[in-house]
Write a protein that binds this ligand. Structure first.
Ligand SMILES: Nc1ncnc2c1ncn2[C@@H]1O[C@H](COP(=O)(O)OP(=O)(O)OP(=O)(O)O)[C@@H](O)[C@H]1O
Ligand SMILES: [Mg+2]
Length: 355
């Protein structure tokens, strides 16, 4: 017979065994859980690592894409502009060529015509000296046609015709200088002459403007040696920068005339062009007293397709192409200084000797 206490001990031992087993089971469960947690954590870290790697690859790819896009934009702008300029060049050269022959013909013949007129008038004088008393019908005719006036005016007319054809010849020469299609690409040229030919082409935009005062052009040309450069391309840069100056002046005139008529009369739109030779560098400065450029956009003006002009007026290519021509083709520099509301200065620097 077991005593009650022995019975109690046995029960306690049994309960203890059960508890021990439960403990062992939960311990192995805990170990299994720990193991899966570790696995999960390792998996998690691996996934994060892979994600980081693919993010890096994506970033690289998007950088590549951005660069390709920029390259494409630059190429596109070069194509558009060179297409535009070569079309303009061909047109200008064609017109110049067509006008050149007849003008030379007229200009050359006027010299003979003036000589003949001179001879005939001399002969007339000769006759008048020999026959001081002509018949009444001749006297009547002399009075009817006002021979004295004709004698004075005839030669003057011929001289002014000669001046006119000389001017046409000058314009034609400027057109040819501007288009430079008849010359090799790199050439020694007179930069001041290039500026003059560009101004001649833009004369219509500078003068004869209804409702707008004429734009004053101030030239301060230094004496420059002949410069080896891509003359046609350089003229293209000059044209882009001068056209921008004209646009800025017109825009300022528009805003000034909106304010009041009084300030319009006190504002003289002007473009100053200075050339200089400084330490083997040619400097061309084009200064206008137009709108100026706001500080926050000065960084962007050389970017392709950046424009503040209305659609259809500006493509935003002028300055980016000019920058390429000066910096890449001529190893030069193109700088811009501007004070909003006061005006803008562009400075082109090119080495005297194309390196
Ligand atoms: N002299 C200037 N005065 C004021 N703003 C200027 C001047 N020159 C350039 N800019 C500014 O720089 C921008 C870019 O000039 P850019 O010549 O490249 O293009 P655009 O004149 O707008 O168009 P495009 O020349 O292709 O017809 C202009 O839209 C204008 O805002
Ligand atoms: Mg422009």
């Amino acid at each position: 017979m077991q005593s009650a206490s022995e019975q109690k001990i046995k029960e306690l031992e049994k309960a203890n065994r059960i508890l021990q087993k439960k403990l062992e089971r939960s311990e192995s469960l805990r170990l299994a859980l720990e193991e899966t947690n570790e696995k999960k954590e390792a998996l998690f870290l691996k996934v994060i690592h892979e994600l980081r790697e693919s993010q890096k690859i994506l970033e690289e790819q998007s950088r590549d894409l951005e660069q390709t896009l920029k390259k494409l934009q630059t190429m596109q702008s070069k194509l558009v502009e060179s297409e535009k300029m070569s079309a303009l060049g061909v047109l200008v050269a064609g017109i110049a060529h067509e006008i050149n022959n007849p003008v030379n013909f007229i200009h050359g013949n006027i010299t003979y015509a003036a000589q003949y007129a001179h001879d005939i008038l001399e002969l007339l004088q000769f006759y008048q000296n020999f026959y001081p008393n002509p018949s009444p019908s001749i006297v009547q005719k002399i009075e009817a046609i006002d021979l004295d006036f004709i004698k004075r005016d005839f030669i003057e007319i011929l001289y002014s015709m000669q001046n006119g054809t000389q001017r046409i010849s000058d314009i034609v020469r400027s057109l040819r200088t501007f288009s430079r299609l008849d010359e090799a690409e790199i050439k020694k040229v007179d930069i001041n002459e290039g500026i003059d030919s560009t101004l001649m082409i833009l004369k219509n935009r500078l003068k004869n403007r209804p409702n707008f005062p004429e734009i004053t052009v101030i030239k301060e040309y230094g004496s420059l040696p002949l410069i080896e450069c891509y003359a046609g391309k350089l003229n293209q840069v000059l044209m882009n920068i001068i056209l921008n100056a004209i646009d800025a002046l017109e825009q300022k005139l528009d805003s000034v005339s909106l304010e009041s008529n009084l300030s319009l009369s006190s504002f003289t739109p002007a473009i100053k062009i200075c050339t200089d030779l400084i330490d083997n560098w040619i400097s061309i400065r084009i200064i206008d007293n137009g709108t100026g450029i706001e500080q926050e956009i000065t960084q962007q003006i050389f970017n392709p397709f950046f424009t503040t002009k209305p659609v259809g007026k500006g493509t935003g290519l002028g300055l980016s192409i000019s920058y390429q021509i000066i910096v890449e083709s001529h190893n030069g520099q193109l700088k811009c200084n501007s004070i909003p509301g006061i005006g803008t200065e562009f400075e082109i620097m090119i080495p005297q000797q194309l390196i």
